[in-house]
Design a protein around this ligand. Structure first.
Ligand SMILES: Cc1cc2nc3c(=O)[nH]c(=O)nc-3n(C[C@H](O)[C@H](O)[C@H](O)COP(=O)(O)O)c2cc1C
Length: 184
């Protein structure tokens, strides 16, 4: 697929099914992530793959996080949290690792991790895979971060849901560049 075609037509797809990306496809996904712009070559990111039975364990962690925050959480809410990771055969947790650096403030390291996530989405699209970047409360919950083994200086930038496309690949929305670009 042409590079510009990928850049101009990537869309998020929420309806994902097995099979999960193959080992070869994953290698491309992560090589794309590692090409994120990176001030100071700090490599301020790492990635966790969650699949198979790991998705059920992540669902349990989400439900526990919900109960930790709200012990009165309704059983329906708990069931919803538990089912969230089952929406795709593979989840990639994109983690920003922020390190003190006089020239590279935290925001730049977080942006770099965001670019890494975008690289994965683009490489997924280029390989005919489906993907969507999700966060929600669980991405910002320290209970979840601890359960995933994150260090104090690490934070979740997103859960990338990846799989094979179920149904039609939708078209991107038509935005006008003139609405966002002006001369100064
Ligand atoms: C940081 C971040 C967090 C997001 N979190 C969610 C989310 O939790 N749930 C969701 O449905 N979409 C979420 N989105 C939006 C989707 O990933 C997607 O970008 C959006 O649906 C627009 O679709 P498109 O990428 O095809 O234009 C998030 C996007 C970003 C950048």
């Amino acid at each position: 697929m042409e590079a510009l075609d990928v850049l101009l037509n990537r869309v998020s797809l929420a309806r994902l099914q097995a099979p999960a990306p193959s080992a070869e496809q994953r290698e491309i996904l992560f090589r794309a992530a590692l090409r994120a712009p990176d001030h100071g070559y700090m490599r301020p990111w790492r990635f966790l793959c969650v699949e198979g039975e790991g998705r059920e364990r992540l669902g349990e962690l989400f439900a526990s996080a919900l109960l930790n925050k709200n012990p009165e959480a309704a059983p329906e809410a708990q069931a919803k949290a538990r089912a969230m990771p089952l929406r795709a055969p593979l989840l990639v947790v994109v983690i920003a690792r922020v390190q003190a650096n006089p020239k590279v403030p935290e925001i730049e390291q977080l942006l770099s991790a965001g670019c890494a996530a975008h690289g994965i989405l683009l490489a997924a699209h280029a390989q005919g895979l489906g993907a969507i970047w999700r966060t929600g409360e669980m991405a910002h919950d320290r209970f979840v971060a601890d359960g995933l083994g994150l260090e104090a200086n690490e934070q979740i930038v997103g859960f990338l849901y990846l799989g094979s496309v179920e149904g039609e690949r939708r078209s991107p929305p038509e935005l006008k560049t003139a609405d966002f670009v002006s001369n100064w």
